[in-house]
Design a protein around this ligand. Structure first.
Ligand code: ZN
Length: 265
């Protein structure tokens, strides 16, 4: 970031640009769809604390005590992933949460306003920090085939979609062993959407927002992206089989059990 001379922070910006490019290339990031955040408190809290605010403070929907004083790289509201990829510094904000956890200020670089899904992102970071989990990255995107599948009520019952996606190709279960949790359709940008997502974060690798998109957390952003990518691959295999005119058989229960035992899943 231009206002902070910190190589580790620069590397996080680079990886946001890299993943933003993947989201655009896959067709998951129409217009300004999707958003990314990384908790960089351990990298630059002292440097960020010394900077005067460019904008804010903005009050958060609810106080977030576990990330009080923390700082985060977040993609900007209305910003397109294809431009986050090509010109990251113009499309990513560095924000600093107040010492009481009740508001935030923008401290770098340009006065980019954070994503409209900031309540969900920061609430998730607050939850992860509060329970001592190691994940620092959150990505939300619009994977076409996975979203399409949430338009079928038959797939929305608990773990139906997880079992179907696992059965398309063995690696999906190996790389996404907890599967996909489903949040019923909820207003985008709302605190309720954040709360419903957090309720599923312990049980599942990826959370699907019905008729909207996917959200994943990871120790780094690549890990979070990969979880959605693996599930999306399975969804595309399912779609491909259906478009060839047949319902895919999927791996049998015995084959799934063999895989589970072989890899200790
Ligand atoms: Zn979205």
């Amino acid at each position: 970031m231009k206002r902070i001379d910190n190589k580790e922070l620069d590397l996080r910006v680079e990886v946001i640009a890299e993943v933003a490019g993947y989201l655009w290339e896959r067709g998951w990031a129409e217009r300004n769809g999707g958003n990314i955040s990384i908790n960089v408190t351990e990298l630059c809290a002292a440097e960020a604390a010394a900077l005067p605010a460019l904008d804010g403070p903005y009050v958060l929907p609810k106080a977030l005590p576990h990330i009080a004083g923390g700082c985060f790289l977040v993609t900007g509201t209305g910003r397109r992933m294809r431009y986050v990829a090509s010109r990251p510094l113009e499309n990513i904000a560095l924000i600093r949460v107040a010492a009481d956890g009740a508001s935030y200020e923008i401290v770098a670089d340009e006065a980019v306003r954070p994503t409209s899904e900031l309540p969900a992102h920061l609430s998730i970071h607050d939850y992860l920090a509060g329970v001592g989990r190691p994940e620092r990255a959150v990505v939300h995107t619009h994977p076409i085939e996975l979203i399409a599948m949430t338009h079928n009520p038959a797939f929305l019952d608990k773990d139906v979609l997880t079992r179907l996606l696992w059965s398309m190709i063995p690696e999906t279960r190996a790389f996404c062993p907890k599967g996909l949790g489903i949040v019923p359709y909820t207003l985008p940008g709302s605190q309720l959407l954040a709360d419903r997502t957090i309720d599923l974060l312990d049980e599942y690798d990826v959370v699907m927002w019905t008729k909207h998109g996917a959200l994943a957390v990871g120790t780094d952003l690549i890990e979070a992206f990969d979880q959605i990518d693996v599930l999306s691959k399975s969804a595309r295999i399912y779609e491909s089989a259906r478009s060839m005119g047949f319902v895919p058989t999927g791996m049998s229960d015995a084959e799934m059990q063999e895989l589970k035992e072989a890899f200790g899943l």
